[in-house]
Ligand binder design. Sequence first.
Ligand code: PMP
Length: 283
Amino acid sequence: MSRIVYVNGDYLPEEEAKVSVFDRGFLMADAVYEVTSVIGGKLIDFDGHFTRLCRSLSELEMDNPTDRDALLAIHRELLARNGVVDGLVYLQVSRGVADRDFAYPEDAAPSMVLFTQTKQLADSPAAKKGLRVITIPDQRWARRDIKTVQLLYPSMGKMAAKKAGADDAWMVEDGHVTEGTSNNAYIVKGGRIITRHLGNEILAGITRAAVLRFAREAQMELEERAFTPDEARAADEAFVTSATTFVTPVIEIDGVALGDGTPGPVARRLREIYLDESLKTAV
Ligand code: PMP
């Protein structure tokens, strides 16, 4: 089954969609991305993702190839052409094509690629069962606030988790949890939600921002600070957030079951609130 993908202005069958071997995304990981989820044909938090895309591009002094309305139109066109009702849109912008050189080229035009994936995101088995995570050292670069395609270390972390019989890994730096391989990490202790403060050490999750806003509105207690793996293993419950997994409970950390070893009430409630509320602003 061939998808229609978007490449620099064209909608093409995936077999015909090509980027150059000299694209700096391919040669230097000189590219940024966004993933926006789709529920019932609508894009969740589109504006949040667009705003973060602009910031990533600007931090890397990369030209922005699009604006909000043009990008929304491309997203919608791709959903329509592929008949996607539930799933996601992946978007990548690279600095473009240039002869290989560490210095940024002066005249390269950014290249933009988008594709869709069909997936039942809201009704996921992981959300019902909860995740088992392990902790590993955070060996990524120091600008994790920029959403680049340098995803090899997170991939290695995910493989380390799989080999250990777990689902995912939480990364640890200077004795504190930074985040999951592809999500933000939270613990709950005595009814208080604790998640790492923003900074260069983690990605400012679009889902994180929404979930913290909804938690505040629901008068839940909240603390944005770094926490240790020991604190995490002693927590009452834990969870992760990302655009495609929303709020997903964590039931075990490094082999230690949290609470009664089943998804906790705070994570379950936040998932419900997040799904309800974010659908209201979906486009
Ligand atoms: N941290 C990392 C390292 C991620 O890869 C992701 C998902 N892209 C997130 C956090 C969550 O971000 P968002 O809620 O915007 O998907």
